[in-house]
Design a protein around this ligand. Structure first.
Ligand code: SF4
Length: 320
């Protein structure tokens, strides 16, 4: 029984065989770290920007090293995935240079670009869209939570309106979008999670990454944990919440991830984040035992976008 749309199966259908991801550090930074939007970053982000396992070598060498590795032998087709920090935070010329230096083998069939909504504009979208001629391209946008209070608390330094504007702009260029959300953020309730899912259901999103919140050494969240201002959720709470998301999100959406990917040497809590299999199997079991599946309770959402601020004129006209 298929409980939810897994990315691995979606890729297999599209490309006819297994496709592996090559995770890259593109040498970018983040406006929430360099002072443009904020300093110190999101409270859960460590100083390597959620890709701390990646080595800082040039992009081409990172791809070549992976393709020559034993791990790469498990497939014949690959996705280059720009993971660290905000991978659209540069001029279109620099972006093109860096993306081009990853696309060096005919075995590469797709490119994923992780970024922040406020690092998307028309010129950047146009630059990315050009790659669609030869590759399957997607852009990943953080949302984490649609609760603006949570947004301020986690210091993400962008809001729902930024997210919606970026989604609409990428939609205009027909670039598939993967949204990131987090379960277990400080003070978040089930209602917050429901509203986050409602917002996503009201937009045109291709994929979803569900992350568990974990505490990494020397982050702001670590300080909150030490001070007693943050209490991580349990594995069973996480499983229940992840299943809530899966059952309420559109059945069309491709699920890219249903857990975090905690760095072992830097993880403080919760320990269960290290056991990806246990999390995934727990979710499968919960869905099976309760006769649940992706989209079971999905309702095409008529959420008022006005609540999230004015859309740009071009988009509004298209909607009317
Ligand atoms: S936007 Fe991403 S890279 Fe930037 S501080 Fe937040 S989590 Fe880190």
């Amino acid at each position: 029984m298929k409980y939810y749309n897994k990315l691995s199966e979606w890729l297999k259908n599209k490309f006819g065989e297994r496709v592996l991801k090559i995770c890259l550090d593109g040498g970018f930074t983040c406006p929430n770290r360099d002072g443009t939007k904020g300093v110190g970053g999101c409270i859960f982000c460590d100083e390597r920007g959620s890709g701390s396992h990646l080595k800082k070598i040039d992009i081409k060498s990172q791809v070549t090293t992976y393709l020559n590795s034993y791990r790469a032998q498990r497939a014949n087709k690959y996705i280059v995935y720009f993971q660290n920090f905000s991978n659209t935070y540069a001029s279109p010329e620099i972006l093109k240079q860096r993306y081009d230096s990853a696309l060096i083998s005919e075995k590469i069939v797709a490119m994923g670009i992780a970024t922040r909504p406020d690092c998307i504009n028309e010129k950047i979208s146009k630059t990315i869209a050009k790659y669609q001629k030869n590759y399957f391209i997607w852009v990943e946008l953080g949302l984490q939570s649609s609760n603006e209070k949570t947004g301020s608390l986690i210091n993400k330094c962008y809001n729902n309106n930024d997210f919606i504007q970026a989604v609409r702009l990428l939609n205009e260029f027909k670039i598939p979008i993967v949204a990131h959300i987090m379960i277990g953020l400080p003070n978040e309730t089930k209602k917050d999670l429901e509203e986050t899912v409602n917002l996503l259901n009201s937009l045109s999103i291709w994929g979803l990454k569900i992350h568990s919140t974990y505490v990494v050494k020397d982050t702001q969240l670590h300080k909150m944990l030490i001070n007693g201002d943050y209490k991580p959720i349990s594995l069973s709470e996480y499983i229940e919440s992840a299943c809530f998301v899966l059952t309420h999100i559109s059945p069309e959406i491709v699920i890219h991830r249903i857990s975090g990917d905690a760095p072992k040497e830097k993880l403080v809590e919760p320990e269960w984040n290290l056991h990806k299999k246990r999390i995934i199997n727990g979710i499968d079991k919960y869905l099976k035992d309760n006769d649940l599946y992706q989209g079971k309770y999905y309702k095409k959402n008529a959420i008022s976008l006005i609540k999230y601020g004015k859309l740009n004129k071009k988009i509004q006209n298209k909607e009317n």
